[in-house]
Design a protein around this ligand. Structure first.
Ligand code: NAP
Length: 269
């Protein structure tokens, strides 16, 4: 019987994780099945229990359950404890282990795929939810010279900033500030909205990174109009998936061909 994995979230229909893991499995010769599981907003634990009862070996966790997944785990990685989020669950008899691969996934996409050296860079992260919490420690570790977290609810940015010893800001206060990299870790793009970012925040040759993937969000449109280089979060998705695959199977899949194939499919259809 093939080992079973999956992604749990709400909504989850749009997730491209099943095709990514199917391609990793094929390329590495691993026999596994990967399912999409939509849990009710108040039903994360029940959905995970049911999956484990059927012999499931591991789950990716997406919006809005990453904090709940952290609380669900008996044992977690150091980086998960730092961010208090889990996006990768590993099930073995009697134990649940959790890790978070969003931070390493973003850094791998920025440095390897997009060839952006992060050392010494001034970085703005928009958002203070699970995704922002997951990536801030990795961006600092990669050598950011300055990191500012901006959020609609400024108190959440302040809490995150205090936790990681970075700066907090509202959006209006960013007027006059300049960054090499602006990461949109908000979910605004899913609702066809964008944080109210001053146009002037992009340094010449700045990169605007939208974590949402597969759609032309308002942040991408506005950043392009302001002269920034732009990218969506598909590369991060593939890289964080590769890290999860490694945690589960002990094999590190190649990502470049998978990313190119996904981009080609999107452009074709
Ligand atoms: P979350 O915990 O629900 O946090 C959402 C964040 O977005 C909060 O900071 C919220 O601000 C902000 N926000 C929502 N609507 C906004 C608006 N209209 N204007 C300004 N700010 C707004 O979600 P998450 O887990 O952090 O995920 C955030 C996004 O990243 C999601 O869209 C997710 O799909 C994406 N993501 C992508 C990848 C990838 O691999 N590409 C990985 C992880 C996450 P308040 O605090 O003020 O409510």
């Amino acid at each position: 019987m093939r080992d079973v994995y999956g992604v749990v979230g709400n909504p989850v229909a749009h997730s491209r994780s099943p095709e990514i893991h199917a391609q990793f499995a094929q390329a590495t010769g691993q026999a596994l099945e990967y399912r999409r599981i939509e849990a009710p907003l108040d039903g994360f634990e029940a959905a995970v229990h049911a999956f484990r009862a059927q012999g499931g070996k591991g789950l990716n966790v997406t919006v809005p359950f990453k904090e709940a997944a952290f609380r669900y785990c008996a044992r977690t990685s150091a980086r998960s404890r730092e961010a208090e989020v889990v996006n990768t669950l590993v099930f073995s008899p009697g134990e649940v282990y959790g890790d978070t691969t969003d931070g390493p996934g973003l850094v791998a996409d920025l440095t390897r795929n997009l060839r952006l050296a992060l050392k010494g860079k001034e970085i703005l992260v928009m958002g203070a939810g699970g995704a922002a919490r997951g990536v801030v420690p990795s961006l600092l570790e990669a050598g950011a010279a300055r990191l500012v977290v901006a959020n609609r609810t400024v108190q959440r940015a302040q809490a995150l900033a205090a936790r990681f010893a970075v700066e907090a800001s509202g959006y209006a206060e960013l007027d006059g500030e300049r960054f090499d990299l602006v990461v949109n870790a908000t979910s605004a793009g899913l609702a066809d909205a964008a944080p109210p970012l001053p146009r002037s925040v992009f340094k010449p040759a700045a990169l605007a990174y939208e974590m949402v993937y597969g759609r032309e969000t308002r942040f991408l449109l506005e950043a392009r109009a302001a002269g920034a280089r732009v990218t969506d979060g598909l590369g991060m998705l593939v890289e964080q998936a590769a890290e999860s695959f490694f945690i589960w199977r002990g094999v590190r899949p190649e990502t470049r061909a998978v990313l190119e194939r996904l981009r080609a499919m999107k452009n074709a259809g």
